[in-house]
Design a protein around this ligand. Structure first.
Ligand SMILES: Cc1ncc(COP(=O)(O)O)c(C=O)c1O
Length: 397
């Protein structure tokens, strides 16, 4: 079968593939600790499910406006007005099948072949592949743990070229959990002010933040960027709704309608009754979000403490999201399980075979020295997984 060149430039999503592997192993009865989850382990709040059931009862089973139903687009604009003082019209909102789809549509709508897309690395796996699918050129800025996995204004300035078309901001970010403070984000925005590029701000983890950290929208911090910023968000992570597939893009009407045109020739609208559920998520009481974040915070504290106690492992205490990205480079080059550990992938493989713990190798996020551990799992599983990893590391000596 001759495949398109386009299909060959990208990789399948490694996180989804590993999650499937974990599921298959568990189905075989293997007692596996799964640290791969990219989703909250909590159930969707009942009031949100009820809204969907009610919508189904009322016959909300047909196509909707490609851009999403008006009350949901309205709910999105109201959220941004209430939370950030940002005024958007309904024509500046596109509802898609998840935040990932919203990003994909915008990449397709705004990136041309040869356009450079600046992506701070480590990065969420899909940004670079979405850039490649649009013919763009990912331009990575490497960040390190010592700098909190955050880029500096100077590094951003240094990455700008005449071909720069977009800058991807993801704060708090996947896979590191790192987030930019008010002052750091303001400093980056000053650099962006000087360059005519798009800002693609993926704010999907905005609500999952710890220790009183405050999330800031870059558009609210620097309104001069509004006309070339697209904000991405989703109900997936904040409301434990990953399977519902509702996300959105918010930005200038021209960008939104071009992305809607692309969506109209692919998926059409996001699922009708899931859109109604998303209204309930955004406009209803927000208590469950805080409860979930409180739980995540306990888990983050536990996992960071356990990882810090492992000899040779270093780990940033992240401000947000539900991942840690420990550095395992001290294990590289050593013999383990009859094999030399040559990469983060080998370390993951070793933890899987020796300890029955599954994490995600850093390579796919742009780091050869780290592994991603999701702590969207119970405290007991975190204890068990860390105990097993520690024992596996002791065996290496
Ligand atoms: C940084 C980031 N952006 C976007 C997404 C997409 O989420 P969804 O498509 O479920 O809204 C994810 C999911 O893992 C993510 O980690």
């Amino acid at each position: 079968m001759k495949l398109s060149e386009r299909s060959k430039v990208i990789k399948p999503s490694v996180t989804l593939a590993l999650a499937a592997k974990a599921q298959a192993m568990r189905a075989q009865g293997i007692d596996l600790v799964n640290f791969t989850a990219g989703e909250p382990d909590f159930d969707t709040p009942q009031r949100i499910k009820d809204a969907a059931v009610e919508a189904l009862r009322k016959g909300m089973t047909k196509y909707t406006d490609v851009r999403g139903i008006e009350p949901l687009r309205q709910a999105v604009t109201e959220k941004y007005l209430k939370e950030f003082g940002l005024r958007y019209s309904k024509d500046e909102v596109l509802i898609s099948c998840g935040g990932k789809h919203a990003l994909y549509n915008i990449f397709q709508a705004l990136i041309d072949p040869g356009d450079e897309v600046i992506i701070p690395s480590p990065y969420w796996v899909s940004y670079s592949d979405m850039a490649l699918l649009a013919g763009g050129v990912p331009r990575l800025i490497r960040t390190i743990e010592q700098n909190g996995f955050r880029i500096t204004p100077e590094e951003l300035e240094g990455a700008m070229t005449s071909k720069t078309r977009a800058f991807v901001l993801n704060s708090p970010g996947n896979p590191t959990g790192a987030a930019y403070s008010h002052d750091e984000l303001t400093a980056l925005s000053r650099v962006l002010e000087q360059h005519e590029c798009l800002i693609l701000s993926d704010d999907i983890y905005e609500k999952i933040i710890y220790d009183g950290f405050r999330f800031h929208s870059i558009v609210a911090l620097n309104p001069k960027l509004r006309e070339r910023t697209i904000i991405f968000n989703s109900v997936s992570k904040s409301y434990a709704m990953t399977g519902w597939r509702i996300g959105y893009a918010l930005g200038p009407a021209a960008a939104i309608s071009a992305a809607a045109k692309i969506q109209s020739q692919s998926t059409s609208n996001a699922t009708s009754f899931a859109q109604v559920a998303a209204i309930e998520a955004l406009a209803g009481p927000q208590d469950e979000v805080q409860q979930m974040v409180n739980e995540f915070q306990k888990r983050r504290e536990l996992i960071v403490k356990r990882l810090h106690a492992m000899p040779g492992i270093t780990c940033l205490n992240p401000q947000g999201a539900f991942y840690v990205f420990p550095n395992v480079s001290s294990l590289l080059g050593k013999e383990a399980g009859g094999k030399k550990l040559a990469s983060a992938g080998d370390v993951v493989e070793y933890f899987l075979t020796e300890a029955r713990v599954l994490a995600v190798p850093g390579e796919d996020f742009g780091s050869t020295e780290n592994i991603r551990i999701s702590y969207a799992t119970s405290l007991q599983e975190i204890e068990k997984g860390c105990e097993r990893i520690a024992a596996a590391i002791r065996k290496i000596g």
